[in-house]
Write a protein that binds this ligand. Structure first.
Ligand code: NAD
Length: 477
């Protein structure tokens, strides 16, 4: 039987108690499972010094040697999958099987970036005789990273992996509400022999930590995943100090279902995907624009599947969906459903909190939702889907692109022509057709418009963590 870990900070290669902070709550029963440790100013200063010192050494390690340590840590995470998944289910609520998948996904991010670290090629530019121009990619320096609570392990993994593989050090402020995922990863790196100071893990009052770290001269890059509003604040602060940012922000993913798609399959797949992580995913499918000819069949299939989803404590067998991760999401679901209903939307399924204690809320289906309803503009970040009919693909693409977000967008079609129009016309960093998967280790992931900029994963994933240096070398003086 696994226990929830002792929650500590990890600074300069050592575990520290910090100041006792707020309770960490199990969202399935609302009971306290621990106290998050808060960093003092001295802990931040130690982390900054350690990150700076360690970076000066790590940047000169060979990418292969850096990769070996990262791979060793990832292997330890795989070995400890059940222990880590247990902590994730306790602090976040997701079904244990989904927590195990998250650990595997996190390990994949490390494995991919460890390999990519060995392929950060520069180039030699043809020139006139006597001078050589070459382009080098070098690590940018210590990174301040901020990760959210929806994936306690795989979200911070993205940032630690990119930073370490590129040759940077990192100070990570992980989510206070779900601290254990990041703590398990810091343990794995400690046990894998990562030199002290390369990975530092802190918690605190988020605005105070970011307000101190971002302006600090040691920090060379700000990497954040979270809401667009906080992303804008942090980008503004970084801009004052001319620091680059990697911003992975909110979305409001549209799904276009063309008239040639199979409505039963697309409807069932969509409802199941909506339930993943209780809808608390920045790529979660939310606005469904369904061709009017198959609208009724799609909606029926969606509702049937939504109502078959079993909800409960993530440790119980046969559970498809756990509770929402925190009380704020319950309040948001209730507000969005009431607002849409008041503006004429039809509620076909769900719509009310299930039971208390625990933040349980069913997959909720709203149809014929007017464009001025809050849920049509605000990312629900919960198990809420909106299904509206459309008369043509052009109309659907126009509606899909109307919002300021552009992270993930989806389409269902068996027509190559429609698929091409979706891929070309949807304003999003990631377009997926006939699949609702938008982000895997081997492909670049990130947003356009207010969903942020910079990419994580794929061949592009290390670019934000590196600078481009041009060397012009005249062979004789
Ligand atoms: P939030 O924006 O307050 O917090 C999101 C994360 O950002 C948290 O981990 C928080 O600790 C951190 N944060 C907040 N203020 C910060 C600051 N000044 N400096 C550094 N970090 C800071 O919102 P929330 O209530 O926790 O979540 C609600 C919304 O956040 C959702 O509706 C969703 O849009 C967005 N969100 C997005 C993602 C994503 O993967 N893109 C993940 C989680 C939340």
């Amino acid at each position: 039987m696994h226990t929830y870990p002792d929650l500590q900070l990890y600074v300069a290669g050592e575990w520290r108690r910090g100041v006792e902070g707020p309770v960490v709550i199990n969202p399935a029963d609302e009971k306290a499972i621990g106290h998050v440790p808060l960093a003092r100013r001295a802990d931040l200063d130690d982390a900054l010094t350690a990150a700076e010192d360690a970076y000066r050494v790590w940047r000169n390690w060979s990418p292969r040697a850096r990769g070996e340590i990262i791979l060793k840590a990832a292997a330890l995470m795989r070995e400890r999958i059940d222990e880590i998944a247990h902590s994730i289910t306790l602090e976040h609520g997701k079904p244990f099987k989904q927590a195990q998948l998250e650990v595997i996904r996190g390990a994949e991010f490390y494995e991919w970036d460890a390999a990519e670290g060995q392929r950060t090629y520069g180039r030699v530019i043809p020139s006139e005789p006597g001078i050589r121009y070459s382009v080098h990619h070098q690590p940018i320096g210590p990174v301040a990273a901020f990760s959210p609570w929806n994936f306690p392990m795989s979200q911070p993994a993205r940032k630690i992996a990119g930073a370490l593989a590129a040759g940077c050090s990192v100070i990570l402020k992980a989510a206070e509400e779900t601290p254990a995922g990041a703590i398990h990863m810091a343990r794995a790196f400690h046990d894998a022999g990562l030199p002290p100071g390369l990975l530092n893990l802190v918690f605190g009052v988020p605005a105070e930590i970011s307000g101190y770290l971002i302006p600090h001269p040691s920090i060379r890059l700000v990497a954040f995943t979270g809401s667009t509003s906080v992303g804008k604040q942090l980008t503004g602060l970084a801009a004052q100090h001319m620091k680059p940012v990697l911003m992975e922000l909110g979305g409001h993913a549209p799904v276009i279902v063309c008239s040639d798609a199979d409505p039963a399959t697309a409807g069932a797949l969509s409802a199941a995907r909506k339930a993943r992580n209780c809808g608390q995913v920045c790529t979660s499918p939310t606005r469904f624009y369904v061709h009017k000819d198959i609208y009724s069949a799609f909606t029926q299939a969606f509702v049937r599947k939504a109502q078959s989803i079993t909800i409960g404590n993530g440790f119980d067998a046969g559970i498809d969906m756990g509770p929402l991760a925190n009380h704020r999401r319950i309040a948001a679901m209730e507000r969005l459903v009431a607002d849409a209903g008041g503006k004429g939307a039809r509620l076909l399924s769900g719509g009310e909190r299930l039971r208390s204690p625990g933040y349980f809320f069913p997959v909720t289906v709203l149809t014929e939702v007017p464009d001025d309803a809050s849920v049509m503009q605000e990312e629900p970040f919960g198990p809420l889907a909106v299904i509206n009919p459309v008369g043509s693909l052009d109309e659907a693409i126009e509606k899909a692109n109307k919002l300021p977000f552009g992270l993930a967008a989806y389409g269902f079609t068996n027509s190559a022509q429609n698929a091409d129009r979706l891929a070309g016309g949807l304003e999003a960093g990631n377009v997926s057709i006939n699949t609702l998967e938008a982000s895997v280790a081997e492909t670049p992931f990130g947003g356009v418009k207010e969903s942020g900029y910079g990419r994580e994963g794929g061949q592009e994933g290390l670019a934000p963590y590196m600078i481009v240096k041009t060397v012009s070398h005249k062979l004789t003086v």
